[in-house]
Design a protein around this ligand. Structure first.
Ligand SMILES: *[C@@H]1O[C@H](CO)[C@@H](O)[C@H](O)[C@H]1NC(C)=O
Ligand SMILES: *[C@@H]1O[C@H](CO)[C@@H](O)[C@H](O)[C@H]1NC(C)=O
Ligand SMILES: *[C@@H]1O[C@H](CO)[C@@H](O)[C@H](O)[C@H]1NC(C)=O
Ligand SMILES: *[C@@H]1O[C@H](CO)[C@@H](O)[C@H](O)[C@H]1NC(C)=O
Ligand SMILES: *[C@@H]1O[C@H](CO)[C@@H](O)[C@H](O)[C@H]1NC(C)=O
Length: 380
């Protein structure tokens, strides 16, 4: 009888493997501001209003008016929004953890907060935080069963069943551009970025992770903060109004990332790795905004500027600026629901929702599996 019971589930799993939903019990996310749900705010300075106004009705640790792609992913899997690992005030990690912080990079930077501009929590540190969480939750599971943390940490088997999501790399390239490196010098960093990201995926795999969802990087040349701070000559602006050299860099990184994913599939025989093409979804949205019901894709909704981008580094979203003989609050535009860009750097909830709706069914993924099928390994 015992033997029979043991074999039945195995047979069922084989039969079901190609077609059934994955039942991910948790998400572990690694990334930057595109997927930060409160890490930066916990460690440094929380985003202020009007961030969060559309959905949460208050600042909610996100650099957006509402939900991020990772929030829609959590909803899509029937899970609650991820809490940030660094957030001591919301330590409920029962269905996943978010290690992302705004301004994070893959490679460690020298120019980090509080004196510099980038997050010290680069991908290698995010991975160390993950291993600490995993080690400690195993310890607690074995020694403090029924204690309060037993209810706040992922269950032991969640680590192998979870979806591991990655969305990082953008800031490595902008950090180098802001340090006045040439385009080809920045391109020279890409193999190291991709190498370190691959190494992290392998480490998670060696720790038991099996399902990986790797988003490529966005067309950074379409973001107001780069178009203003690192302006390029008109000859290097494309028909959508984006800076060609920066989009070229994003595409170069994405090409190398895709090659690395193919190699990872060879190296990690039990892993299901989904490569998700965010770049092309966002570029379509920006270059054909009207077709999709959006307006002014290159103009910050929450910003203040004399320029065509409504963006100025001296007047960040939520800040104040001296103008017209008084203090002016840098607030939101009238209709964030039809806008693509939120604050010159990040996307609106409406844009994030648009991207999620495009990627959820696998149309922009390699292999073309939907989010709920992302535990199934590609056939070859
Ligand atoms: C933690 O969050 C889960 C949902 O993700 C919820 O079911 C559970 O009650 C929460 N635990 C505590 C102790 O608040
Ligand atoms: C977690 O445990 C592994 C294996 O025992 C160990 O190598 C690693 O250093 C630990 N990591 C942390 C952050 O405690
Ligand atoms: C980069 O170059 C600009 C213009 O030449 C200069 O103002 C700026 O200080 C330089 N930045 C760095 C980090 O060297
Ligand atoms: C990770 O990046 C560092 C540079 O920061 C580089 O020296 C190292 O070779 C990279 N590791 C891999 C596995 O590519
Ligand atoms: C962008 O990349 C294309 C193809 O790799 C190249 O031909 C072109 O010169 C690049 N343009 C700029 C402005 O960097």
């Amino acid at each position: 009888m015992a033997l029979l019971l043991y074999f039945v589930p195995l047979l069922f799993m084989n039969y079901a493997s190609a077609s059934s939903n994955c039942d991910f019990p948790a998400i572990f996310n690694f990334g930057d501001s595109n997927s930060d749900t409160g890490g930066f705010g916990a460690a440094f300075q929380p985003p202020t209003r009007p961030n969060g106004e559309t959905f949460f009705r208050r600042p909610a640790g996100r650099f957006s008016d509402g939900r991020l792609i990772i929030d829609f992913i959590a909803e899509g899997l029937g899970l609650t929004y991820l809490h940030a690992y660094l957030d001591a005030l919301r330590p409920n990690f029962s269905h996943g953890v978010n290690f992302a912080t705004a301004a994070s990079t893959i490679l460690p930077q020298r120019n980090v907060l509080p004196l510099g501009g980038f997050s010290p929590f680069s991908l290698n540190l995010q991975y160390i935080q993950f291993t600490r969480l995993r080690n400690d939750s195993h310890f607690i599971f074995n020694h403090d069963k029924g204690g309060v943390f037993d209810f706040l940490l992922p269950k032991k088997d969640y680590y192998s069943r979870a979806l591991y999501t990655f969305d990082i790399g953008h800031n490595d390239m902008t950090a180098a551009l802001f340090a006045n490196m040439s385009i080809s010098e920045v391109g020279g960093l890409i193999p190291y970025m991709v190498g370190n990201l691959s190494a992290t995926v392998k480490s998670v795999y060696n720790d038991g992770g099996r399902s990986f969802w790797i988003q490529n990087t966005d067309p950074s040349g379409c973001l107001p903060y780069l178009l203003v701070n690192l302006a390029v000559p008109p000859s290097q602006i494309d028909s959508a109004g984006c800076a060609i050299p920066y989009n070229n860099l994003s595409q170069l990184y994405n090409d190398k990332l895709k090659e690395a994913v193919i190699q990872l599939r060879r190296d990690l025989p039990l892993a299901a790795i989904t490569y998700v093409d965010i770049y092309n979804v966002k570029y379509s949205l920006i270059s054909q905004a009207h077709k999709y019901g959006f307006e002014k894709p290159l103009v910050a909704c929450c910003g203040y500027g004399e320029d065509e981008f409504n963006y100025s580094p001296q007047a960040p979203c939520g800040g104040t600026i001296k103008a017209n003989g008084g203090e002016v609050f840098v607030g939101s535009c009238d209709k964030p629901s039809v806008r693509v860009n939120w604050d010159g750097v990040h996307y609106t909830e409406a844009a994030n929702k648009f991207v999620f709706d495009q990627i959820v069914n696998g149309k922009f993924s390699d292999p073309p599996v939907s989010l709920r099928m992302a535990c199934h390994r590609k056939a070859n």
